[in-house]
Design a protein around this ligand. Structure first.
Ligand code: FMN
Length: 209
């Protein structure tokens, strides 16, 4: 199974070769993998920002625990969750569903009302964490898709969201930087690539009932 082999090949890359850039074609495939990610109700309550700009990445580096991947990777991906979920997000989704599936939007109103009522039950903090969790599913897909394309990646939580929100002007768009990833090609000088994987045993990780 190639998928497993590719997951074994990948590792959280610490040092990227800054001279190597991901092709436009591969970047499109990675974007599609993110787009196809599962999300709660299918609402996709997040936006994904692809930062190519070198000056912007220099600014973001100190807000990322000074980690070199921010400036050395080919691309920096910032997964941003919506901070104020409202009925419009559900209505937009219903219209998109109706259009995609060739059905009347009024036939979806029951489902829409259900989603809206469930969302209203959440506190602001609940819904913030809920939308933030969705971004991790997209992150997981990105990392796996990268492995399939033999592109290196590093999922990253080592950054200061408030500073990202400020530098990238996210707050005023109702967005919050939830998690980030750097993608590109490993440097031959990255010694961590030779380290054996550290994972719990199957026995410890799984329980069959
Ligand atoms: C949500 C998340 C946040 C992470 N944050 C960082 C980070 O800030 N910097 C870093 O170098 N690695 C980071 N990692 C990488 C993990 O340390 C790494 O995936 C884990 O140790 C397993 O190793 P492997 O990915 O090489 O198999 C993060 C991973 C995840 C999933």
């Amino acid at each position: 199974m190639n998928y497993i082999e590719n997951l074994k090949w990948r590792y959280a890359t610490k040092k990227f070769d800054s001279s190597k850039k991901i092709s436009t074609e591969d970047l499109e495939k990675l974007k599609e993998a993110i787009q196809l990610s599962v999300s709660s109700y299918g609402l996709q309550l997040y936006k994904v920002i692809i930062v190519e700009n070198a000056a912007l990445r220099e600014k973001l580096k100190p807000a990322s625990w000074g980690q070199d991947q921010i400036t050395e990777a080919s691309h920096l991906i910032v997964f941003c969750n919506y901070t104020n979920v409202n009925d419009k997000h559900v209505d937009d989704f219903l219209h998109m569903t109706a259009k995609s599936q060739g059905i009347e939007v009024r036939n979806l109103s029951g489902y829409g009302d259900f989603m809206k009522s469930k969302i209203k039950e959440m506190t602001t903090s609940d819904s913030f964490h809920w939308t933030s969790r969705q971004t991790y599913l997209a992150l997981g897909n990105l990392v796996s898709a990268c492995a399939e394309l033999k592109i290196d990646s590093c999922p990253m939580e080592g950054f200061e969201p408030e500073k990202y929100n400020e530098i990238l002007g996210l707050s005023k768009q109702g967005l919050n930087a939830a998690v980030i990833a750097t993608i590109g090609y490993r440097s031959i000088e990255d010694h961590t690539q030779n380290r054996p994987k550290v994972r719990k045993s199957m026995n410890e990780l799984f329980e069959v009932l």
